[in-house]
Ligand binder design. Structure first.
Ligand code: PMP
Length: 446
């Protein structure tokens, strides 16, 4: 495919009105990176270049881009019923998708609440946790615990429990009553680990310290990513999540896994909860549920948490929460078609099988200049580069631009960490191609 968009030549004026999210707008508008098309493992630029996608868009397109069954399902749905109000009305695809998602989740997590993004999913899960304790008469149980270097989107709940200073510092006092576990990454003990680092399980015990600090029966929920993607591919240490589960059980604290990135195959399983053999009380998801084709997010909730809300008068709304676009028909259609592809092509198993080869290939980059650490898990890798001129993020951003402009490669970066998260359809040859290109990028920015 060679897409030369008629709109490809844009003047600075044409670029002026769009205030781009999480982007250095002024730098971008001087040297825009413009996408015009996508198919399977590739993007196509407005100037006709073919870019290999080592990022699954943004951790979304696990089945590759513009898959025909998804496109067809969305098109058909748009013609049949474009929109359906989700409050007090339903449509069959919403119920079917909820059942399909619940069937992929660990046993016991049977209820699905839909929203439109990972940020909304995080805020929804936190609100369900607070409402759950309040409904049970546990009025003091209101504190929410996140983790340093955690990312739970950009809603006020998400940034309050999140652990990224830039996402927090300009936004006032945030939510009352949050606190944070320490980050699990430690360079000295974990450098160049494949899969779960051996060191670090004991860091879960910090939750005990927070229980002592804030008092018993004050913590409503703990939210963590089994693998923190957006802050640099930080993998939960071996047994860390098990230990967290045990402490939560002991103190009546709900455990939420934010699986917005790890859900739908990224770590070789439908959910990371399965990989780690730990059943949380809620799982948030987004991104991969529709292969990125239509925005959708949601929360999978333990059956008895849901049941707690089902005890009042039948005509009363049980949970005063929801979105105009919850269970949007186009998202549901895309979600069902996506889950079919994951199942029919065995993509979660494929990720699991490719993991050792992928990990070895990425670890081969450790000899490249300025590489200070590499972490791999599932079909994901984080490659840390030494900061340039003491300025964090500069080398990372240079690498992103250089990859796109000079090596026809799409990467993600988190600070000076290059993140590789290819679609799960990536071939062995394409893994080799990506690694060669990444090596070229790392040398170029050395
Ligand atoms: N949670 C996690 C773990 C994420 O990685 C992200 C986004 N990368 C979000 C939440 C937020 O998702 P969204 O951008 O769809 O709001």
């Amino acid at each position: 495919m060679n897409i030369q968009s008629p709109r490809s030549v844009l003047s600075p004026n044409d670029l002026a009105a769009y205030w781009m999210p999480f982007t250095a707008n002024r730098a971008f508008k001087q040297a825009p990176r413009m996408l015009a098309g996508a198919k399977d493992m590739h993007y196509f630029t407005t100037d006709g270049r073919k870019i290999i996608d080592a990022a699954a868009g943004m951790w979304c397109s696990n089945a590759g881009h513009c898959r025909a069954p998804i496109t067809e399902a969305i098109t058909k749905q748009a013609a049949e019923m474009d929109y359906a109000p989700p409050f007090q009305f339903g449509h069959p695809q919403a119920f079917e998708l909820a059942s399909r998602i619940a069937a992929l989740a660990p046993k016991g997590l049977e209820q699905v609440f839909f929203c439109n993004s990972g940020s909304e999913a995080a805020d929804t899960a936190l609100k369900i946790a607070l409402a759950y304790h309040a409904t049970r008469g546990e009025a003091g149980c209101t504190r929410l615990i996140g983790r340093e270097r955690g990312y739970h989107g950009v809603g006020f709940g998400g940034i309050s429990v999140g652990g990224m200073v830039n996402n927090r510092r300009l936004f006032g006092a945030l939510l009352n009553g949050t606190d944070h576990l320490p980050a699990t990454y430690n360079h000295e003990h974990q450098a160049f680990s494949k899969g779960e680092p051996e060191w670090g399980a004991h860091l879960a015990d910090e939750l005990e310290r927070l229980v002592v600090l804030h008092g018993k029966d004050t913590i409503a929920a703990v939210i963590v990513e089994p693998m923190a993607g957006s802050t640099g591919v930080l993998v939960a240490p071996k047994d860390y999540l098990k230990r967290l589960r045990a402490i939560c059980d002991k103190h009546n604290i709900l455990l939420i896994f934010d699986e917005v990135i790890t859900g739908f195959g990224r770590l070789g399983y439908a959910f990371a909860a399965e990989r780690y053999g730990v059943v949380p009380d809620m799982i948030t998801f987004a991104k991969g549920v529709t292969n990125g084709a239509v925005p959708m997010g949601g929360v999978i909730v333990r059956e008895d948490i849901h049941d707690t809300f089902m005890k009042g008068p039948e005509h009363i709304v049980e949970l005063f929460h929801g979105y105009t676009y919850s269970a949007h028909p186009l998202a549901c259609a895309a979600g069902l078609a996506t889950l079919n592809i994951y199942r029919d092509e065995g993509l979660f198993e494929r990720a699991r099988q490719l993991e050792p080869l992928f990990a070895d290939a990425v670890m081969g980059l450790r000899k490249e200049p300025n590489v200070t650490d590499i972490r791999t898990v599932g079909l994901t890798a984080g490659i840390d580069l030494a900061p340039k001129d003491g300025q964090g993020g500069l080398r990372g951003l240079t690498a992103l631009a250089c990859a796109f402009n000079d090596h026809d490669l799409m990467l993600r970066v988190a600070g000076d960490t290059l993140a590789l998260t290819p679609p799960l359809i990536v071939s062995e040859a394409q893994i080799g191609e990506i690694i060669d290109k990444v090596a070229g990028v790392i040398r170029s920015v050395a």
